[in-house]
Design a protein around this ligand. Structure first.
Ligand SMILES: *Cc1c(COP(=O)(O)O)cnc(C)c1O
Length: 474
């Protein structure tokens, strides 16, 4: 399998060549040249693999359709090392939890940091270690986080050979639980840097350091952000695992509702559907930051400025533009790379928007690709958390609540709806207390983490100071 850029760069590349990279050289995103089609026999075989051998074996089968430059035995071993009951809490790895009839949650948040990002990031950590060892190289990952991504990256890379992580976070602005999760890591290769400033300051520093090409090359600076194809590919697997659990055979269709921000999670669902997984609809749920809902309703994609990006109680979905969305639009417009470049490279840069409402392709988003969308607000989240707790005795996190709220508006008789559970409620205890008047339960391994010693360095919002710290550490 070879990978191409959504903006038409002529080079084609193998999986491991794009594994350690971010954007393609022309600023586009990498996608496989085609989605390997699964016929009825292949799908039945995958169901058998899932039933007999479990999640890691299923992951191997799906990944090997897209990865031709890692020997099969090595890839199988990487999957088996990643998806274990010890790390993810259950033998199923992603068990389904029924809510009301026809509606269920797929539990993706029982990994080390209690958010679905662990599903991909844990694999990425093992893939990075493997590929760096094979090349005899090292990598210094520089990132900025306001919570979930940074901790998922640190827990995935801790103790890994050849990799160091330098993670910037806004000093004193994450929840005590999130701070404790990250700052209590004592691994030598994990560097927590608290910046006196806000998240945007952290992100600006990452950009400034990455734009210093000499520094970037000399210190082998890399990233693990959500546009990484390997992360997206790892997420394709749990759509299959959810489908196999919800159905008795492959004649049935299911729908998924996905709490969305950067469109990474639901884009993996799009890939699964294109491969032939019988998904009826993919429902995109947003919060007040409704860039994506607006597009699927109107055909207009309009990115927001930071002044128009709301701080909400589902903060991991507070985005101004959806960094993976270009992948879907590329498919939607018939993989016309020149057009994709004009839309994302030129129209967005010039006007901050593009409009497909008059384009026949826009209708395909629903009719051919099965996309629908909806939006949820703070009041909706609170009401949904209360209602699910009252009816089912289950506490859901605010992001998952956005999903459940929207899923209920898109139910269809005879088609099970699976909502992806993107985090556990303990990560967002304030909102749970606001909704229910009580704290959510805390998994035993997190009891008392706020009292653990912390390993973090506090710096001013100054790219030079961060560079000096990296230079001293490597
Ligand atoms: C990252 C995240 C999301 C959004 O996922 P995307 O892939 O960016 O669409 C939703 N919920 C939680 C809890 C997250 O951490």
């Amino acid at each position: 399998m070879l990978y191409l850029s959504t903006r038409g760069h002529p080079e084609r590349r193998h999986f491991c060549e794009i594994l350690l990279e971010g954007l393609a050289p022309d600023g586009g995103l990498y996608l496989p040249e085609h989605y390997p089609p699964l016929d009825a026999a292949a799908l039945a075989r995958l169901r058998g693999v899932w039933q007999r051998d479990g999640y890691a074996a299923l992951a191997f089968e799906i990944l090997s359709l897209y990865i031709d430059d890692i020997p099969a035995d090595d890839l199988r071993a990487l999957c088996e090392r990643t998806y274990t009951a010890e790390v993810f809490g259950t033998r199923e790895i992603v068990p389904l939890k029924p809510l009301e009839p026809g509606l269920m949650l797929e539990a993706l948040s029982n990994g080390p940091t209690l958010a679905f990002k662990d599903m991909a990031m844990q694999l990425l950590g093992n893939l990075f270690e493997y590929e760096l060892a094979r090349r005899g190289e090292t990598l210094n990952i520089l990132g900025a986080t306001s919570g979930d991504t940074g901790s998922a990256a640190e827990y995935a890379m801790r103790g890994k050979k050849g990799v160091r992580v330098f993670m910037l976070s806004p000093h004193g602005r994450m929840s005590p639980f999130q701070q404790a999760q990250m700052y209590s890591l004592m691994d030598e290769n994990i560097h927590n840097i608290a910046i006196r400033g806000v998240f945007d300051d952290c992100q600006d520093i990452v950009k400034a350091v990455s734009n210093d090409l000499d520094f970037k090359r000399r210190y082998k600076i890399g990233t693990v952000n959500s546009i990484n194809w390997a992360r997206l590919l790892a997420q394709v697997v749990y759509y299959f695992a959810g489908y196999f659990q919800a159905t008795a055979d492959d004649s049935q269709r299911v729908s998924f509702t996905v709490p969305s921000g950067n469109f990474g999670n639901v884009c993996a669902g799009h890939v699964a559907r294109q491969m032939g997984l019988p998904i009826d609809r993919l429902v995109v749920a947003t919060n007040e930051n409704d860039v994506l809902d607006e597009f699927f309703r109107t055909g207009v994609y309009r990115v927001r400025g930071s002044a128009d990006t709301h701080e909400t109680s589902s903060p991991s979905m507070d985005i101004s533009k959806a960094s993976n969305f270009e992948r879907f639009v590329f498919d939607l417009i018939g993989r016309d790379a020149a057009r994709c470049k004009a839309l994302f490279g030129e129209a967005l840069a010039r006007e901050g928007r593009f409009d497909l409402s008059q384009d026949p392709a826009f209708a395909l988003a629903r009719s051919r690709y099965g996309f629908e969308s909806g939006k949820s607000t703070h009041a909706n989240r609170l009401a949904t958390i209360r209602d699910v707790y009252a009816r089912d005795g289950v506490i859901i996190d605010p992001h998952t609540a956005d999903g459940v709220k929207v899923a209920r508006e898109h139910g269809k008789p005879g088609v099970p709806m699976i909502v992806l559970e993107t985090a556990l409620p303990i990560k967002f205890a304030d909102t749970i207390v606001e909704a229910l008047g009580r704290e959510p339960e805390r998994p035993a391994r997190f009891v008392g983490i706020e009292d653990l010693p912390k390993r973090v360095q506090v710096l001013d919002a100054d790219a030079e100071a961060v560079k000096a710290l990296i230079a001293a550490a490597v």
